[in-house]
Design a protein around this ligand. Structure first.
Ligand SMILES: [Mn+2]
Length: 353
């Protein structure tokens, strides 16, 4: 049989902004369900972070998600097995109170919520599924990972050494060694797609933040007979970054057909001719776009004990991390980075989009 894999769909992301709900709807309507119907796939495994906010849900996001995901799921006679991601649980130390249980309860025939590590049998193919590991279920989860009778494993894992976002590796978390015995491990959690050894992060299906820009998104189909995975590209994007360098590009002729209805950011590397730059910005502003951000040099924020040539304005997290790297201090830079990234996530959740 073939199974469609979803993960990190984050219903209600960015304060339940319609932009992101529209984008999710486009993915389900134009990409996901048509592909499943065409291929006769009727079962989905969701690897966690179905909802975005650990504590609240916006009724409009709930309503729209029901209409563009749960309703077609029921109408097409499809079913889904799902585990908790860290965003689906109310408390950090236990999964006991979680949004899946509270909100997907009306879909008992279609949606099977797995609250404990479980080996699923899909036509003889054994897939172990592990909900988000918190303090409360850590021992049980690790025992399962060590002993469960399955060659494939799916989860929402925080694994050391894997990319959290493109180009940035996770420096804490579970050791990949405990997964060595598996033929293949599939995980949600990090939103960029990456693979090292037998562990594959599937990456989210949708773009949510600037670090998703130009990072191709996919959902996956698992063929339990051939034991292979296929990635199906989602062409719908929201973020478009332009690296501006007028030493090697003619911006009067620059093709702007890709930026309609997108968040647009110009990262200025070199701007010798301000007239051409202003013209270029005008042309962009005359398009129907969601927002324009211009990232220029960083001089005004650079103090005397910071080496500014090392700071990158690519995106906010890179900016923060490279800034911290460039500061001369004896403090633990990894701890500062981890605090800054928590703060940034919190701020992004509060942002009114
Ligand atoms: Mn996630």
């Amino acid at each position: 049989m073939k199974i469609a894999l979803l993960n990190d769909t984050h219903c209600g992301t960015r304060n339940s902004s319609d932009i992101f709900l529209d984008n999710a709807e486009k993915f389900y309507n134009d990409v996901f369900f048509p592909c499943l119907l065409e291929r006769g796939i009727s079962h989905i495994v969701h690897l966690g972070d179905y909802y975005d906010n650990r504590k609240f849900i916006n009724f409009r996001a709930l309503n729209r998600n029901r209409n563009h995901f749960l309703k077609p799921l029921r109408e097409y006679g499809m079913t889904m097995d799902i585990i908790c991601g860290n965003h689906d649980t109310y408390y950090k130390n236990t999964n006991e109170l979680n949004s899946l249980k509270e909100l997907l309860g009306h879909y008992m025939n279609e949606v099977n919520i797995l609250h404990e590590p479980t080996v699923m049998d899909y036509d003889g193919f054994k897939l172990g599924l592990v909900p988000w590991i918190s303090a409360e279920n850590e021992k049980q989860s690790l025992d399962f990972i060590a002993n469960a009778k399955c060659d494939w494993l799916g989860g929402h894992f925080d694994i050391e050494g894997y990319e959290m976002m493109k180009g940035r590796k996770c420096e804490h978390g579970i050791s990949p060694d405990i997964f060595k015995r598996f033929e293949k491990v599939l995980s949600g959690h990090f939103h960029t797609k990456s693979m090292q050894g037998n562990i594959e992060y599937l990456g989210s299906q949708l773009e949510f933040f600037w670090n998703d820009a130009h990072d191709d998104k996919y959902f996956h189909i698992l063929d339990t007979e051939t034991r292979t995975m296929e990635a199906i590209h989602n062409p719908h994007t929201l973020y478009h970054k332009i690296t501006y360098d007028d030493r090697n590009t003619d911006y009067m002729q620059y093709d702007l057909s890709q930026i309609e209805n997108k968040f647009v950011k110009i990262v200025v590397i070199n701007k010798a001719d301000t007239f051409i730059f202003d013209k270029f910005v005008d042309r962009i502003q005359n398009k129907s776009i969601l927002e324009l951000k211009i990232a220029e040099n960083f001089n005004e924020f650079v103090g005397e004990n910071v080496e500014d040539s090392e700071i990158s304005v690519e995106d906010t997290s890179t900016l923060l991390y490279t800034y911290i790297d460039a500061v001369e201090t004896d403090l633990d830079k990894d701890r500062i980075k981890s605090h800054m990234s928590d703060l940034m996530l919190e701020a992004q959740t509060l942002e009114i989009a």
